[in-house]
Unconditional design. Structure first.
Length: 554
C-alpha cells in the first residue's frame, strides 16, 4: 500500500520552505538540455542529501510537477496498513455491518464483546479495542450516520444548502412560527408564577421586519395564527396607544405568500380557506427540514437571547440555568412582558443594523415600501373572521346551536327559507358570547346568546366544564348545566388563586378573555374604510386587534 502524502495545509512553514528550495534547484536540473551526473551530484551536495535520493526526487518532480511532491513522507507505519489476519479482519467487518450500524446504536464495547465471542468460536486471537475503534473510524461517515441516526440526521449533516429564501419586495414572502418563551410570568395580583407563555411571530423576509406577534398562554392553534396574522396585516396605531408605546410600527398589508412549517394549525381548514379568500399563497416547508425556516428561527433565537436577561428566565436549557430559581425570581406579569417585548422589537431590533441587510430593518422597509404596490383589506373586521375556526350548521327557527349553546338573532330570519343550506358559523374561542354566521354573499351576521343573561365564557372553560360533568356520570350535558358548572369552577379558582400555579394561570386566562368581551360590538372606527356607514357596525362582529389585548386565550 502506498504511503499517504502529507497535507499541504498541515505542514509547517519550515518544512514547506525546504520543499520550495528543493523545487527550485531540481527544476533547474530538469530544464537543462544536457544533464550529467556531475550536475546532479552538485545539487545533491547543496541539498545535503545523497545522489540516489536526488534522482528519486527528480523522478517524482517530473511525474507530478508540484512542490508538494517533494514534501517528506510521514514516518511510521503506512496509513491503512493492517497487521491483523485476514480472517480476523473479515469478522470485524461483518460485526460492524450487522451489529454496530443499527438504529439501536450499540456501543463499541458491546461490539468488541461480540467480536471476542466470534473470534473465540473460530480459534482466532481477539483484537484489541483500539483495533476495533480504528476500523469503525474508517467507515464512511455518511453511511454510519444514516444507519445509526436515520435519514433526518443524515440530511442535516450532509445536505448541501443552495442559497437561501429571498424575496424581491416587502410582503412578497412572510414567515410565521411559534416558540415557547424562556421566561416565567407572574399573576398580576398575587405576583406568583403562572408559567411560560407562547410567542407567535410574523416576519417579512425582504426587510426582516416583525409584522406582528401574539403572546398566548395556550399552545399554538388556528386562532393564534389568525390573531397574529390579522395584527400583521392591519395598522397598529391603536394597539400601540393602548400600551403607551411611542415607537413607530409602520407595517401593514396583505402578504403574497406565507411560508410555514407543517404544524396542524397551518393545515386547518379555516387558515387555508382564509388564505384562499384573500389570494395568499401558502408555501409549506419540507417535513423535518428546519433549515428552510432559517430567517425566523434566527430572529426567535435573537429575541430569546435578549429575554434571558430578564428576571425569571429559564435560559435555553437546564445546564445553562444551573441553580437559578426561575419561579422565585419571576416578577413580570403577562401585560408587562408583552409591552417589554414590543419595545424590544420596535426599538433595538428594528433600528439596529441587520448583518444580512447591511442596514436597519426599518430603513429597508421605508425605502422598499415606497416603490411597492401593497394590498390592504377593505374590511378589517371581516379579515379576522375569514381566519377564525368555524363549524357548519343549518339555521333553524330557534337560531343556531353550537357547543350545546343556543344563539339567536332577528338577522337570521331571512335564512329560514333555506332549511337545507348549511352555513359556516364562526367563533372566537376567547369569547363564546357571540358567534358569526357567514352569509352566502360573504358578509357576516353577529348572533349573540339566545339567553342574554348568560355571561361570556371561553372555549377552554366550556370544554373543562363538559369534561367535569361527564366525569360525574352525566350522559347528556345541557346549556344550563354547562354555565352552572363554569360559575362554580370560577368561584373555586378565585379561592384557590394563591394556592397553585395552574389555578393562577386559569384565572389569568379568564381575565384576559374578559377584556376581549367587554365591548364586543364597538369596533375601532379608525380602521374602517372611509365612508362606511355606522348602521353596518352590527354586521362587523369583532373589535379590531388594536381594540383589545391581542392575546389568544381560552
Amino acid at each position: 500500500m502506498r504511503q499517504t502524502k502529507p497535507s499541504i495545509t498541515s505542514v509547517s512553514e519550515d518544512v514547506w520552505s525546504r520543499a520550495s528550495h528543493r523545487h527550485a534547484l531540481l527544476r533547474g536540473l530538469l530544464e537543462e538540455n544536457q544533464r550529467n551526473h556531475l550536475s546532479v551530484k552538485l545539487v545533491a551536495s547543496d541539498l545535503g542529501i545523497s545522489v540516489q535520493h536526488t534522482y528519486r526526487l527528480l523522478k517524482k518532480l517530473r511525474e507530478e510537477q508540484t512542490t508538494a511532491s517533494l514534501l517528506p513522507l510521514p514516518r511510521g507505519p503506512r496509513v491503512g496498513n493492517r497487521r491483523l489476519a485476514v480472517n480476523i479482519e473479515k469478522i470485524i467487518e461483518e460485526v460492524i455491518k450487522k451489529i454496530y450500524l443499527k438504529r439501536e446504536k450499540p456501543t463499541l464495547k458491546q461490539v468488541h464483546r461480540y467480536i471476542e465471542c466470534e473470534c473465540q468460536k473460530s480459534g482466532f486471537n481477539v483484537p484489541s479495542m483500539k483495533a476495533v475503534r480504528s476500523r469503525v473510524a474508517t467507515c464512511n461517515s455518511k453511511t454510519l450516520i444514516k444507519k445509526r441516526e436515520g435519514k433526518t440526521a443524515t440530511e442535516a449533516a450532509f445536505h448541501q444548502i443552495q442559497g437561501s429564501l429571498e424575496a424581491d419586495r416587502p410582503l412578497e414572502i412572510v414567515q410565521i412560527d411559534h416558540t415557547k418563551v424562556d421566561l416565567m410570568l407572574v399573576d398580576d395580583i398575587t405576583r406568583a408564577s403562572i408559567g411560560r407563555p407562547w410567542l407567535t411571530l410574523v416576519m417579512d423576509i425582504h426587510t426582516r421586519m416583525v409584522l406582528g406577534f401574539l403572546l398566548s398562554l395556550e399552545a399554538p392553534c388556528t386562532t393564534s395564527v389568525a390573531l397574529a396574522l390579522t395584527q400583521a396585516v392591519l395598522p397598529k396605531d391603536s394597539w400601540r396607544a393602548e400600551r403607551l408605546i411611542e415607537n413607530s410600527w409602520p407595517t401593514s398589508g396583505i402578504p403574497r405568500c406565507i411560508h410555514v412549517d407543517n404544524g396542524a394549525e397551518f393545515h386547518g381548514r379555516s387558515f387555508e380557506r382564509g388564505c384562499e379568500q384573500h389570494g395568499i399563497q401558502i408555501a409549506y416547508r419540507p417535513p423535518a427540514t428546519p433549515r428552510y425556516g432559517g430567517h425566523i428561527e434566527r430572529l426567535m433565537g435573537t429575541l430569546m437571547h435578549r429575554i434571558q436577561a430578564l428576571p425569571g428566565t429559564t435560559f435555553s436549557n437546564v445546564v445553562e440555568r444551573g441553580d437559578y430559581r426561575s419561579e422565585e425570581r419571576a416578577c413580570l406579569s403577562f401585560r408587562e412582558f408583552e409591552r417589554i417585548l414590543a419595545l424590544e422589537v420596535l426599538g433595538p431590533y428594528h433600528n439596529e443594523i441587520h448583518r444580512g441587510l447591511g442596514q436597519p430593518p426599518i430603513a429597508k422597509w421605508t425605502s422598499s415600501i415606497e416603490t411597492t404596490a401593497s394590498r390592504h383589506p377593505l374590511d378589517s373586521q371581516a379579515f379576522l373572521l375569514d381566519f377564525l375556526p368555524y363549524e357548519t350548521r343549518v339555521i333553524r327557527r330557534d337560531g343556531v346551536r353550537l357547543f350545546n349553546v343556543q344563539y339567536q338573532d332577528g338577522g337570521l330570519a331571512h335564512l329560514l327559507g333555506h332549511p337545507d343550506t348549511r352555513l359556516r358559523v364562526k367563533y372566537d374561542p376567547r369569547n363564546l358570547s357571540s358567534v358569526y354566521v357567514e352569509l352566502p354573499d360573504g358578509d357576516h351576521v353577529r348572533v349573540p346568546y339566545a339567553d342574554l343573561r348568560r355571561e361570556p365564557i371561553t372555549l377552554w372553560e366550556h370544554r373543562n366544564a363538559v369534561r367535569c360533568l361527564k366525569d360525574e356520570g352525566r350522559r347528556s350535558v345541557d346549556e344550563t348545566s354547562i354555565f352552572t358548572a363554569i360559575r362554580e369552577q370560577r368561584a373555586i379558582l378565585d379561592e384557590a388563586r394563591g394556592l397553585s400555579r395552574e389555578a393562577r394561570r386559569n384565572v389569568v386566562r379568564r381575565e384576559i378573555a374578559q377584556n376581549c368581551a367587554d365591548s364586543p360590538s364597538e369596533p375601532n372606527q379608525s380602521q374602517f374604510p372611509a365612508g362606511k356607514p355606522e348602521d353596518d357596525v352590527d354586521r362587523i362582529p369583532m373589535p379590531p386587534p388594536g381594540a383589545h389585548s391581542g392575546v389568544e386565550i381560552w
